[in-house]
Design a protein around this ligand. Structure first.
Ligand SMILES: C[S@@+](CC[C@H](N)C(=O)[O-])C[C@H]1O[C@@H](n2cnc3c(N)ncnc32)[C@H](O)[C@@H]1O
Length: 314
């Protein structure tokens, strides 16, 4: 934790600041140098990555209460917007193959480019498909049946912008993200973008990881001990987490007039972890309650007030 070992802190901070400047002036090189996939290093083979994306895809429908056999019916004619897809637009591909009209992926960093690695994963997903989904999947590519050619516009759109915003207006029926909102460099702007993009009967489903950032120790919250200005100097141009806690997300929901359908933690830190970090917290986190500090991740389902999203059965 910051402040416990001054020399190690100094080394860590100087390294962070230098890397941040490389990311600032040579963003493409930085993304290539760090081999950033967006997913972390848990899955290594193309098969494991493809399976990871299958589980992401099914999670959304499980939350919507839509059985696998009804996914095609639900997606028919719909536009899906995904924030932060990472280096393979695999969920967008699965949405299109299962019947979505359009899939828009937005990111702040251009992690996706048609490459042999992304083609291998998309190829495996295509091979997994059957029946109508398989037929639709085959023609999702610029060259039908060839994942190496990349996903075809206009049904697929990949937008890269400084703040990872879509700029859509009343177009998205289903808005999704996985391990992306915690990276948003202007979370309030992302919420405003999401609200503007969402159709009146649309729905947004996000999985947020609040403990994904590890420092030079193994404590899941030690990154909250770095003073705000140091964190900014080390990370502002990198693909690094914004550190906002659940209390801030709740405030943004009110500020942007979004209704919470559900907000459930995926993991909670135990008392010991919170007690350990509490005395060392950066001043900007001292007002966060112990309970809120313990949220290590969550699922969040949102809609516009008074709307009844199509397909929502709760
Ligand atoms: C940890 S990765 C998750 C990738 C993918 N969703 C997955 O589950 O494998 C975080 C993603 O969020 C993206 N990201 C970073 N800043 C963003 C922003 N301001 N708006 C949207 N996406 C952003 C990253 O570039 C990356 O694609």
């Amino acid at each position: 934790m910051y402040g416990q070992r001054p020399l190690a802190d100094l080394r860590w901070v100087l390294r962070g600041i230098a890397a941040n400047q490389i990311a600032r002036f040579f963003p493409d090189r930085y993304v290539r140098m760090t081999g950033h996939t967006g997913r972390g290093a848990d899955e290594s083979s193309a098969r494991q990555i493809a399976d990871y994306f299958w589980s992401c895809f099914y999670d959304y429908f499980e939350i919507l209460g839509i059985p696998a056999s009804d996914i095609g019916r639900y997606l028919k004619g719909k536009t899906v917007l995904e924030y932060g897809p990472g280096d393979v637009p695999a969920v967008a591909f699965l949405m299109l193959a299962h019947g979505a009209d359009a899939a828009v992926c937005v990111d702040r960093f251009e992690l996706y480019r048609p490459s042999p690695a992304s083609a291998e994963v998309l190829g495996l997903l295509l091979d997994d498909l059957e029946g109508a989904a398989r037929l639709r999947g085959e023609v999702c590519f610029r060259t039908p049946l060839d994942p190496a050619s990349g996903l075809a516009e206009p049904s697929f759109r990949y937008v890269c912008q400084d703040y990872g915003l879509s700029g859509l207006r009343d177009e998205a029926d289903l808005i999704i993200s996985r391990a992306a909102l915690e990276y948003a460099n202007d979370l309030s702007a992302t919420f405003a973008d999401m609200r503007a993009a969402m159709r009146a009967d649309g729905i947004a489903i996000h999985k947020v990881d609040l403990a994904g950032q590890r420092c030079d120790d193994d404590h899941p919250l030690s990154f909250l001990t770095y003073p705000r200005v140091l964190w900014w100097a080390m990370c502002s141009h990198k693909n690094t987490v914004n550190r906002w806690r659940i209390d801030h997300y709740r405030r943004l929901l009110v500020e942007h007039d979004l209704e919470t359908v559900s907000l459930e933690p995926t993991a909670l830190a135990d008392r010991r972890l919170v007690d350990e970090v509490r005395p060392r917290l950066a001043s900007c986190f001292r007002g966060v309650s112990d309970r809120d500090l313990s949220w290590l991740g969550f699922w969040m389902v949102l809609r516009k007030p008074t709307s009844r999203p199509a397909g929502w059965r709760a």
